[in-house]
Design a protein around this ligand. Sequence first.
Ligand code: 3PG
Length: 213
Amino acid sequence: MTSQSEMPLVALGSTRLLPLVTIERIADAVPLARALVDGGLATIEVALRTPVAAAAIKEILRHVPDAKVVAGNILTPHDLAIAIHAGAHFAVSPIATPALLDAAVRCPLPFIPGIATPSELMGVITKGFHVVKFFPSMAFGGPEALRAMQAPFPHARFLPTGGTSESELDAWFALTNVVAVGGSWLAPSEDVRAGAWDKIRSRAAAAVARLPG
Ligand code: 3PG
C-alpha cells in the first residue's frame, strides 16, 4: 500500500480546482455533479455537513462515473469510516486532531488533513502527511502565507480553501507548493438550492479557463 505521504497526490491527479459542495437534497446530487463535470471540474468534494451527504456521494458515484468524489469536512474517525463506506475516492479535513490522524494513518483511503499554522503543519508532517489542506486560507494570510512556508517546509504541498475566490487563482498557482485550490465559490449553496445547473457549469468552465497552463 502506498503511504499517506504519496496517496493524496496520486488521488488528486491532475485536479487543480476542487469545488466543495454542500448537498441538502439528495435529488440535487447527480445534476450538480453533472454540471461540474461538464464544466471541466471532475473532482468534487462533498462536505459531510448534511444528513444526505453520504448518500449523495454514493449517488454521484453510481450515476456520474466520470466524477471523482471526495468526502470533505471530515472531523472524526467516524466521519472517515463514513467516507470509506460511501466509496469516496479520498477524504479531506479542515483539522488534524491526534485521533483523526491516527485513524487516517491506518486507513486505506488517501487523506488530506487540515492545518493553519507552521506548528500544525509540522505536527502532520511528523505523522507522514505531506499534502495538507490550508484552512481557513484567506484568514490565515492567503498566498503570502504559503510563499513564506516554502523555505522551511520544501516538501509540503497545499490545498488552500476557506475564503478563496477566482480572483486569487493566479497568486496561488504562482506558488510551486500549491497543488490545487478548493472552495465553495465554484458551486455556492444558493445556486444548488435554485437548481441553477447551467450557471454552475458556466462558472466551472470559466474558472477552468483561467487556470495557468
Ligand atoms: C472548507 O471546508 O474548505 C470550507 O468550508 C470552504 O470554504 P469556503 O466556503 O470559504 O470556500
